[in-house]
Design a protein around this ligand. Sequence first.
Ligand code: S6P
Ligand code: ZN
Length: 185
Amino acid sequence: MINEPIRVDFSTGELAGEGVEEVCRTLGQLEGLFRDKEAWGVMNAAQLVYRVQMFRPVAEGVVGGLFWGTTFVEPGLVGDEYFMTKGHFHVLRNRSEYYVTTGGEGALILMDEGRRTRFELMRPGSVHYIPSSHAHRVANTGSSVLSFLACWPSDAGHDYESVLEHGFSARLRRVDGSPFLVEEP
Ligand code: S6P
Ligand code: ZN
């Protein structure tokens, strides 16, 4: 028997094939994420912020497996803050991950456990290693969809609660037309 592998379209990052799952995140589902609550409140709750395609050939939590995915972040702003993913630590803090940009312009924002935040520019072809014990999120700083491939361990898990509760120590905001990492007060 020959298994048909899934495929990546490298011009868009789009995944296709049996077993590819997809989740969408709209503005309405991202309550509390963005700094400017007033700006968020008057925007269209149905507006798509990002979607994630995933290929999980083993069950969540299996030790020794790998997952594969593509994230597509729409261009946009809430106030002066770029559209971005929720961001998470891995539940198992010693699990790392790779991102590879396929389209658009953006930033990978990383925060270590000492709450030091930095970012790496994402451009088509850029390869990003996310070290263990780092919260990670991606912001779209461009005017087209930002897409990136990801590969992470199947037992990593996602700790969204820490990020929702404490946030990152800095946010990527548009200052005089350019992205700038602004420390939180
Ligand atoms: C999974 C990996 C990505 C994100 C995706 C969405 O470990 O880091 O696939 O899940 O970019 O971000 P988030 O923070 O909503 O999971
Ligand atoms: Zn991750």
